[in-house]
Design a protein around this ligand. Structure first.
Ligand code: TRP
Length: 442
């Protein structure tokens, strides 16, 4: 084995980390979660979690990864050992669960890119668009086929390795997607009747806040920033010492959050302008956006571009969910990269099948009142990621505090003025907040 593969440049790392963070979580999940959880109040609670716990856990993952230079399990073992490697193990398991349903929705975006190109989505009637989504989702061949295609693409990029696959894929198309989302948001907020949606999104109504809102906002913060399972940790393990970690964590956090907020402006005003139901759930973006495209000149072109780029954004995220699993198999089980990609890909694909069927043929099969896809999402986002995130924070805050502070500041070459605040959040604030949210749920 040669030396460990590394990112070529700091820009390459930022783009890969941002490529991980920006994905379906921003464009598909955030708008429908905000829609289901009362809009403005959800937004504020979400932002509060992102800026405190989110940023801190991201810096903690960067620190552990770069110090450990290994996959999540190996990094904890190299830095401390004891029971800590189990935290990395939890992350690897979470990766399986997340990617299984993520790939299903990624498949929807591929299918919608094709539908858009053929003009199948050209309508602004809520009923028609809702029915089209419903019909698509209930056909097993289609949803499983596109889920399969998405997993094959993800596994293929993974098999190519860090520089060949991940870095190149991330740096090309992200900027185009940014521009497109801004254009679409611009169109959505100027629709007749959009004001009600803007109001819904920006005016918090705290009387509607329940425990569920807070838990959803916390889970969404972890999910959207790719935290709590070692994805950012694994990417940082491919980093050299010179990179300024706090600065990079701040940039990725801001970029991801900006993206989510703009996606909110792209979807929610249109929801109200066209009279869709904001609480419609996972189908919301897929039903609403075609109506926006129908109001635009060359709408079909925009529609195709949008879904194609969304599929690519989803791919760069999916790759980051799979990489910890594969890195674990390579480092700890001595498997060649290609075999590791194939083995984990097949297992994740299989776990995704019930999710793929859960909005259609298997919609009556529920777990705790949720369909399979929703249940997987809930288990991963609202339970596994916050739990993993807190353990990561505790590890940095208590177990390797001195070492972590040195590493986070690159041994003094990048002093971080908020280093004590960061350690304080890792020690007390993050654990207390997450414990409070999780325990009050029981
Ligand atoms: N953050 C990505 C998104 O918003 C999804 C994602 C990538 C992820 N890597 C992750 C979520 C690791 C949780 C953990 O679409």
């Amino acid at each position: 084995m040669g030396p460990r593969d590394h990112f070529a440049t700091r820009l390459g790392f930022i783009l890969a980390a941002a490529g991980s963070a920006v994905g379906l979580g921003n464009i598909w999940k955030f708008p429908f979660m905000a829609g289901q959880n009362g809009g403005g109040a959800f937004l504020i609670i979400y932002l509060a979690f992102v800026l405190t716990i989110g940023f801190s856990v991201m810096l903690a993952e960067f620190t552990i990864g770069r110090a450990g230079q290994r996959n999540p399990v190996g990094a904890f073992r190299a830095l401390k050992g004891g029971a800590w490697p189990a935290v990395g193990g939890l992350g690897v398991v979470a990766g399986f669960v997340i990617l299984s349903f993520y790939s299903v929705v990624g498949g929807w975006t591929l299918a919608y890119a094709i539908k858009a190109a053929t003009g199948a989505l050209a309508s602004n009637d809520p009923e028609t668009l809702g029915a089209a989504f419903g019909a698509f989702i209930s056909e097993p061949e289609g949803v499983i086929g596109f889920h399969t295609l998405f997993m094959v693409l993800t596994g293929g990029i993974i098999a190519g390795g860090v520089r060949g696959g991940i870095e190149r894929a991330s740096r090309i198309l992200m900027p185009v997607l940014v521009v497109l989302v801004i254009v679409l948001a611009g169109r959505a907020v100027t629709l007749e009747g959009a004001a009600k949606g803007i109001d819904f999104f920006l005016t918090p109504d705290f009387s509607k806040v329940t425990w569920g809102t807070v838990n959803a906002a916390l889970g969404q913060a972890f999910f959207s920033l790719s935290l709590g399972m070692g994805a950012m940790l694994t990417y940082a393990s491919y980093l050299d010492k010179q990179v300024n970690l706090p600065k990079t964590a701040a940039q990725v956090t801001i970029l991801d959050t900006t993206f989510a907020v703009i996606a909110g402006f792209m979807v929610l005003p249109a929801v109200f302008a066209f009279g869709f139901d904001p609480a419609a759930g996972p189908g919301l973006t897929f039903i609403t956006l075609p109506a926006v495209f129908a109001q635009m000149p060359a709408g079909q072109v925009f529609a195709f571009l949008f879904f194609a780029l969304l599929a690519i954004a989803a791919l760069t995220s999916a790759v980051s969910i799979m990489e910890p699993v594969v890195a674990y198999l390579i480092d700890e089980r001595r498997m060649p990269r290609r075999w590791a990609a194939l083995l984990s890909g097949v297992m994740i694909w299989a776990l995704g099948v019930p999710s793929a069927l859960s909005l259609g043929p298997w919609k009556d099969m529920t777990i705790g009142g949720k369909g399979f896809l929703d249940a997987m999402d809930y288990l991963a986002s609202n339970i596994m990621l916050p739990t993993g995130g807190v353990l990561i924070a505790l590890f940095v805050g208590w177990s390797i505090s001195a070492r972590a502070q040195e590493e986070a500041q690159s041994d003094g070459s990048h002093p971080f003025p908020l280093i004590r605040v960061w350690i304080f959040i890792c020690r007390f604030v993050a654990p207390a907040a997450v414990a409070w949210v999780l325990i009050s749920g029981l």
